[in-house]
Design a protein around this ligand. Structure first.
Ligand SMILES: Cc1ncc(COP(=O)(O)O)c(C=O)c1O
Length: 387
């Protein structure tokens, strides 16, 4: 876990701050001087100005490099002050210059792919497994991209002159397979590496420090943390962030300000939630590993609150029997969720590709929450059925 000072100057005095401090204060540095404690929610879709010459200059400046306009954003699709607070905070936590928020994780990924394709770099190299819809977006070439699937050792050989992106998840959805991100980044040469950090969160892993140029989150998961916000975000350098803001402006996948507010609030408890849920998960993984009804357990070396396990019996029966645990797709909420990837999160991936990526039909994915671990185990134990 990252308790050491964050790599960027943390506050306006330049004093470095630890991750737990950034989680609570980043994106809020100006509040006390404004006489505020909770961040205001700016619901404006447009921003009045009597000086249209100045507006023209501000729009030109945005069109040039996608830099945040100084002053109000002109129009809600260019940016929003409440969302910007969340972006600032997430960038601090991931140790990047900037972050750009979107309406969902898939909207964030779409913007990255479109930004690369717009420069003629339509080829993507990717390592399975990935979240099912990410796999589908690439496999189906829905955005005009072409994918080469490879294992980590094959990344360098898979690169082509038109490769615009290398895409990985670690720990990966749903098997929790882990990659050596530093080695992967090295294999990419000058091609940007996008690491989906949804499962680890910056509390456990900061891919930008390991060489990833782009760090993507389905913010719907741990960053929001309460199962009530759909959102995505990409943390990256300011140059790439400008391209993403321009793509967001042109294609419209913006995050609602209320969601930005909830995400900022979610970040403030992120380190505490991730640590507590991880402790629960480590204990459940230990009990599952010792259970004769369980064929295989995957729990990341990195830690975290996700467990993947295969049962000898029928996984559908296990899902049907849970009572405390919520039988639902998604993850990263305060309550524990279980789902059968082959039926839901990875249903859209062809069965052969799923199996080759280690997603067996017996696999269950558990997102461990903050309940008492013994209550969770009682529910799991009963749901696993007779020995
Ligand atoms: C690892 C990962 N990346 C991306 C996504 C897509 O995010 P969203 O559902 O917010 O569009 C998901 C969703 O489950 C995910 O698990």
């Amino acid at each position: 876990m990252h308790d050491e000072p964050a790599s960027r100057p943390g506050d306006l005095t330049g004093t470095p701050r630890a991750l737990a401090t950034e989680a609570v204060h980043a994106g809020r540095d100006d509040l006390a001087r404004q006489g505020l404690h909770a961040p205001p929610i700016d619901l404006s879709t447009t921003y009045p100005s009597y000086d249209s010459r100045a507006e023209a200059a501000r729009v030109d400046a945005f069109a040039a490099d996608g830099a945040d306009p100084t002053g109000p954003p002109v129009y809600g699709r260019l940016g929003n002050p409440t969302v910007a607070r969340f972006e600032t905070a997430l960038a601090r936590l991931e140790g990047t210059e900037s972050a750009v928020a979107f309406a969902s994780g898939m909207a964030a990924l779409s913007a990255v792919l479109l930004a690369r394709a717009a420069t003629g770099l339509r080829h993507v190299v990717a390592v399975r497994p990935l979240y099912g819809c990410t796999d589908h977006l690439l496999t189906a070439g829905l955005l005009g991209t072409e994918v080469t699937w490879t294992d980590p050792a094959g990344i360098t050989d898979a690169l082509r002159p038109d490769t615009g992106l290398v895409l990985v998840e670690s720990p990966a959805n749903p098997t929790l397979a882990e990659l050596d991100l530093r080695a992967v980044a090295h294999s990419c040469g000058t091609v940007p590496l996008l690491a989906d950090n949804t499962f680890a969160t910056p509390v456990l892993q900061r891919p930008a420090e390991l060489g990833a140029r782009l760090v993507l989150h389905s913010a719907t998961k741990y960053l929001g943390g309460h199962g009530d916000v759909l959102a995505g975000v990409v943390a990256c350098d300011e140059e790439f962030a400008g391209q993403l803001r321009k793509m967001r402006f042109a294609t419209g996948g913006v995050l609602h300000p209320l969601a930005g507010y909830l995400l900022l609030r979610g970040l403030s408890t992120l380190p505490v939630r991730v640590r507590a849920a991880s402790a629960n998960a480590a204990e459940l993984a230990r009990r599952l590993s010792a259970d004769p009804r369980v064929a295989r357990v995957r729990y990341p070396r990195l830690g975290g609150a996700m467990i993947a396990f295969e049962v000898y019996g029928d996984p559908h029966e296990v899902v049907s029997r849970v009572r405390l645990i919520t039988p639902a797709v998604s993850l990263g909420s305060v309550d524990t969720l279980i789902q059968h990837p082959a039926s839901i999160s990875h249903r859209i991936v062809a069965a052969g590709d799923r199996h080759d990526a280690g997603v067996s039909d017996r696999l269950l994915r558990l997102s461990v929450g903050l309940e008492d671990v013994n209550d969770l185990w009682s529910d799991l134990d009963r749901s696993l059925g007779p020995c």
